[in-house]
Design a protein around this ligand. Structure first.
Ligand code: AMP
Ligand code: MG
Length: 696
């Protein structure tokens, strides 16, 4: 929705000097989930020209900007009528713009507030004259001195913002009233300056490229406090965290935040979506060096490379609530607690007859009580000791019943049953809560929801789940020689085999694919596609362009960001893998060769995407099977062979040539041969991983 987020921590006070200080003006800028270093502005004059220049530059670059300011854009309803004779909030902005006098060392805000108070009956609504040596007529120093002015103390917008200060209070720690008076003239001038290119939320539709919104960093005070580094000024940190959070949050979540009823008082962005905002704020960005493998290691073992991914990658997908019916394949964002015991009450496990156990050895005769107990149709009365009742599977055990005898073991007449004892107390009965107890944690965060899980959740009384939204995975092929399947191809051209394959894998893994198409071997074109992908995706999978040759543009571009890691993994097949961040989004650069691309995707991209999506980097299930082949293997690298099971043995594709795409089709899984040297003879056990183990 927006390319750039600007957050302004405004100030109503005087110039704060040349060195960065708290309670001054701070601005934070973030794009694609990455925040720039906050900027210090010593006074409002320099801040206003910086903001104007910044918005102008963003406009010229064609970027849409959401600019958030930490003060109220409006006053409680009715204020405008008294001040300007109209309910139009912009009339209030213009009123202040025409009357506020401001310089780095002095301004007239207290006098102006006194003049406004004089327009109201009684005393107030403004209070908090902050001038120590001069009383101002009509502006009380204390809030309690006010009466009869007729204004409400708070805007409706503040109901969901616990701890927000009323706009009437002009001084005292945390007061915001002065910031409003000293901020609205600046906003009025921005409006004037940018004209039709700018809109103000929630007063106008946000179609133009620049949107001004009201924010309140304290909505995420917890995260700000928890993440503020020692010695960092909180005002600086909070514009960084809030801008990054709003830039990282999904377009859908932002759209929901912006969706408020029209009003003239203004609204606080995210006040009703604190959980989502906190989640976006508390997720630290991936570090630029997150893919850097230990220095000095020539070839990294597969296991070490995988351990590195597990240590460095973390979930980047926000949580959302979904009904059970929509949760299949999603990762749980939270542990799940049973809302009900299962079974909720003791009941019969079979069709038969219930009575108070145990039954002694030998022939038993029990008279039958009238009536029966069935699932959903409990027997209301009690069964006397020494008598029995007809009971069906799933029926709650009536009072006096703790044991059930199967109907197959009973001779029954209308009034009596006969059977051979003994029978243990509790036989064929299910105890209440024997499966799950109320409040028990029944599934853990990070689990991918299965069909079986849905049965368990439903049984435990759960109707909706906190799950991660699907991960958006961009798929991009590179190479001048590539053509789309189905089109014509000249000699020297080949069909793009990787994109259909990678797209299908990503779909099988339950993520959302963003087809980024093909990039020619041209740096500018590739950069444009990566920019596009960084805006639309959480992570990008590329193939080709990853060798060390002249046409190695992916590596070159990632090197420019300072995040490039060339993975030389000790495995076959395997060219170097290229890892890095583009616009803060991970890029996994797979080899171009389709066999290597697919095997590297299964081994590395699959766990990486699982971790980013909120999972645990799923290990594929493997089996030990006797080999149907012989092979000699050198030490020092792992080998993955295209394989399948026939007659209970693992056989491998005749050619190990990694250009043979048909071998991928022939295979039904991979044989994985360990890092050490080995001589494999027919009948020796080998590790076989069926493709279905990689399919989710
Ligand atoms: P590269 O890493 O770009 O040097 O590519 C290595 C080999 O894989 C070359 O033979 C490429 O033509 C081939 N290749 C690259 N991308 C694809 C693709 N998407 N589909 C099929 N072959 C490819
Ligand atoms: Mg290429």
């Amino acid at each position: 929705m927006f390319d750039t987020i600007l957050i302004v921590d405004w100030s109503g006070g005087n110039d704060r000097g040349a060195t960065p200080k708290k309670d001054a003006i701070w601005t934070g800028v973030a794009r694609a989930g990455m925040a720039e270093d906050p900027v210090y502005h010593r006074n409002r004059q320099v801040a206003e020209s910086w903001i104007t220049a910044f918005l102008t530059a963003e406009r010229q670059a064609g970027r849409r900007v959401l600019a958030g300011f930490d003060f109220a854009f409006g006053y409680p309803a009715g204020f405008g009528q008294v001040l300007t004779g109209s309910d139009d909030p912009f009339a209030i902005w213009d009123w202040f713009a025409a009357r506020v006098q401001d310089s780095p060392d002095a301004n007239n805000r207290f006098d102006l507030a006194g003049q406004i108070n004089a327009m109201f009956p009684g005393t107030g609504p403004f209070w908090g004259n902050g001038l120590p040596n001069r009383d101002i007529e009509d502006l009380p120093r204390k809030g309690l001195a006010r009466h009869g002015h007729g204004m409400t103390e708070r805007r409706a917008a503040e109901e969901n913002a616990k701890g927000a200060f009323p706009v009437w209070q002009l001084s005292g720690a945390g007061a915001v009233g002065s910031q409003v008076i000293m901020g609205l003239p600046m906003l009025a001038r921005l409006r004037q300056h940018f004209g039709a290119d700018l809109a103000v939320w929630p007063f106008e539709p946000l179609t133009p490229p620049v949107a001004l919104v009201e924010v309140w960093p304290s909505l995420i005070a917890r995260t700000i406090a928890a993440t503020c580094p020692r010695g960092t000024i909180k005002d600086a940190h909070q514009v960084r965290v809030l801008s990054r959070a709003l830039s990282a949050i999904s377009a859908d979540a932002l759209r929901q935040m912006l969706d408020v009823p029209p009003n003239t008082e203004g609204a606080i962005l995210g006040a009703h979506h604190v959980v989502a905002l906190e989640a976006a704020a508390s997720a630290p960005p991936l570090r630029n060096d997150c893919f850097a493998l230990p220095q000095g290691v020539q070839w990294t073992p597969v296991a070490d490379a995988l351990a590195h991914l597990r240590a460095q990658l973390r979930c980047v997908a926000e949580a959302e609530t979904q009904p059970l019916g929509a949760a299949l394949g999603r990762y749980l964002a939270d542990d799940v607690t049973a809302l009900r015991a299962h079974p909720p009450a003791a009941n019969a496990a079979v069709d038969g007859y219930g009575f108070a156990g145990p039954a002694k050895p030998g022939l038993q005769n029990l008279p039958l009580v009238k009536g029966r107990a069935a699932a959903g149709q409990p027997f209301g009365g009690a069964v006397p000791q020494g008598e029995a009742i007809r009971i069906l599977t799933g029926a709650n055990l009536p009072d006096g019943v703790d044991t059930v005898i199967m109907q197959e073991d009973v001779q029954a007449s209308d009034s009596m049953i006969t059977f051979q004892g003994p029978l243990k107390r509790g036989a064929n009965a299910r105890a209440a809560g024997e499966d799950m107890t109320l409040g028990q944690i029944i599934a853990q965060q990070g689990r991918k929801v299965t069909a079986a899980d849905l049965a368990m959740f439903a049984a435990a009384g759960i109707g909706q789940l906190q799950v991660r939204r699907p991960l958006r995975v961009g798929v991009l092929s590179t190479g001048d020689e590539l053509r789309d399947p189905g089109s014509s191809a000249a000699a020297g051209e080949i069909y793009d085999a990787n994109r259909p394959m990678l797209t299908a894998l990503v779909q099988q893994w339950g993520h959302c694919v963003v087809d980024l198409g093909r990039a020619p071997d041209n740096r500018a074109a590739l950069r444009a596609l990566l920019d596009l992908g960084a805006g639309q995706c959480d992570v990008m999978l590329t193939s080709g362009g990853a060798s060390a040759g002249d046409e190695d543009h992916i590596s070159a571009l990632l090197a420019d960001t300072g995040s490039l890691a060339l993975w030389r993994v000790a495995m076959k097949p395997g060219r170097p893998l290229v890892m890095g961040l583009w616009g803060g989004k991970p890029v996994l650069g797979l080899p171009g060769n389709p066999v290597a691309a697919m095997i590297c995707a299964l081994i590395f991209a699959r766990p990486a995407l699982s971790l980013l999506a909120g999972g645990e980097g799923a290990e594929p299930q493997s089996y030990q099977l006797p080999a149907a082949f012989s092979k000699t293997k050198k030490a020092g690298r792992r080998e993955y062979l295209r394989a399948r099971i026939r007659d209970g043995k693992a056989e491998i594709f005749a050619s190990e040539g990694s250009g043979r795409v048909s071998g991928l089709h022939w295979a039904e899984g991979l044989v994985s041969l360990g890092d050490d040297a080995m001589q494999i003879s027919p009948g020796d056990p080998v590790t076989y991983i069926p493709f279905v183990s990689f399919a989710q």
